[in-house]
Design a protein around this ligand. Structure first.
Ligand code: DQA
Length: 142
């Protein structure tokens, strides 16, 4: 059965409590519920890990699964420096869409660099929780 994986990295388990002026008041499970209602046929699956190794394992597992249509991935701060995650994305055949809730280019300098962007299919940033919806729509349209 085809599915799309919504994969979240470090600190995104704190959504709702974490810097709400930047990330809003919805929790990760609120966002995941809204995705399920918006895309009932997409077979959405959800995972969140704070650790780099667990994220890499999740990318390997879904990324080589022929049933996985794509991965909407918010790598959190790993976006800006994890070559190990970039290598994992480059290694897998499933398309990965880079997701950020905030407009990383309007924030601190270190957030302007994404080491994963070159190996992702595309990037969506700056639309709050809607960034995830746009990423799922992009994967469904591939
Ligand atoms: C983020 C932006 C990153 O810079 C930050 O480290 C995050 C969240 C976003 O969704 O806007 O953890 O990926």
């Amino acid at each position: 059965m085809a599915y799309i994986l919504i994969l979240n990295g470090p600190n995104l388990n704190l959504l709702g409590r974490r810097e709400p002026e930047i990330y809003g008041s919805q929790t990760l499970s609120d966002i995941n519920d809204s995705l399920k209602s918006a895309f009932p046929e997409a077979g959405l699956r959800f995972a969140q890990h704070n650790g780099e190794g667990e994220l890499i394992e999740a990318l390997h597992t879904a990324g080589f699964d022929p049933d996985c249509r794509g991965i909407a991935f918010n790598a959190g701060a790993f976006t800006h420096y994890s070559y190990a995650i970039a290598d994992a994305i480059a290694a897998i055949p499933a398309p990965v869409v880079e997701v950020h809730m905030s407009n990383v280019h309007a924030r601190e300098e270190f957030r302007h660099t994404s080491v994963i962007a070159p190996v992702c299919r595309g990037t969506i940033a700056g639309f709050g929780a809607n960034s995830y919806h746009l990423a799922v729509a992009a994967i469904l349209a591939l």
